[in-house]
Design a protein around this ligand. Structure first.
Ligand SMILES: N[C@@H](CCC(=O)N[C@@H](CS)C(=O)NCC(=O)O)C(=O)O
Length: 279
């Protein structure tokens, strides 16, 4: 692991590292914010999963999360959104919604993607192991994300309820089995057998959840992707069916951008802080 940059921020430190990833077979970058409390004690961690086209830097630079993370004593880890580098295949047409910048937080089973595109293992196991070995953090983890990363946060959280205290999402892809982004990604990474997709579909997981983790979702009503790609109503219907205590808030006038995330990230951090402190 090698440090790329370090900035003092709200009394804590905003850091960026590169490391060799065994699960992804390539070098990866991640960002980590350590609040001031981490100078004297281990602190809990929020994992943030970004959306299509993002790297580790979008959330770091645009969400404005550090001030409240410093107040609450929470570290934030921001991974990249796909494997990168020489030899990592990309969509042959270079589209933004598949391949580089679009790992969808699954382990690909199909060639040529399966050699590198293993973002599920990276996010669930490899990265937390590295973070917990190298930084002053506890094993208390929460997970959040945006769009493709909101899908990642909900699916990873619900598939591993013992590993996380709470889940939140901004504008998540709620039903990837039935939207263009999701069908393209899951079809290419996992193959045509749709039964293997259900484990990576937030609505399916909420419909069948055995253990409920606290789940907060914010969705802007002026989001261009709302109707065709995000479909929060499917998550709501699934929660109603299974009795899952979902909090889904529709926010008038907000779009899909980081201006929306910046407007509500404080509430998401305070939501997670409650459960990170409880356990
Ligand atoms: N660039 C795409 C949209 C991709 C997009 O909106 N990405 C979101 C996540 S799904 C994002 O966070 N973009 C980076 C940013 O706003 O900093 C387009 O041309 O339609």
């Amino acid at each position: 692991m090698e440090k790329i940059s370090e900035y003092k921020c709200f009394g804590g430190r905003q850091l960026q590292y590169t490391h060799r990833s065994e699960s992804l077979s390539c070098d990866m970058r991640f960002g980590i914010y350590l609040p001031p409390q981490a100078e004297i004690q281990n602190v809990p961690v929020l994992y943030w999963l970004s959306g299509l086209t993002c790297t580790d830097e979008n959330f770091t630079q645009k969400a404005g999360a550090q001030r409240v993370a410093a107040e609450l004593g929470i570290a934030i880890v921001m991974p990249d959104t796909s494997p990168r580098g020489d030899g990592v295949p990309d969509d042959e047409n270079g589209t933004y919604d598949f391949g580089l910048g679009a790992g969808f937080y699954v382990n690909a089973t199909e060639a040529p993607w399966s050699d590198h595109y293993r973002m599920y293992d990276y996010t669930v196991k490899e990265l937390p192991e590295l973070i917990e070995a190298e930084f002053p953090v506890t094993e208390m983890r929460a997970i959040s994300g945006h769009s493709m990363g909101g899908h990642g946060a909900i699916t990873i959280g619900l598939n591993n309820p013992e590993r996380y205290t709470s889940i939140s999402a901004f504008s998540p892809i709620c039903h990837p089995m039935d939207c263009p982004w999701g069908e393209k990604a899951l079809g290419n990474y996992l193959g045509s057998d749709r039964t293997t997709w259900a484990k990576h579909d937030a609505s399916e997981l909420v419909r069948h959840a055995e253990k409920q983790l606290p789940l907060l979702v914010d969705q802007g009503l002026a989001d261009n992707f709302l109707v065709e790609q995000l479909k929060p109503e499917t998550l709501e219907a699934a929660a109603a069916e299974s009795g899952y205590a979902l909090t889904l808030r529709r926010q008038e006038g907000y779009d899909h951008s980081y201006f929306f995330i910046a407007s509500f990230i404080e509430e998401h951090l305070r939501f997670h802080a409650k459960y990170l402190a409880d356990k």
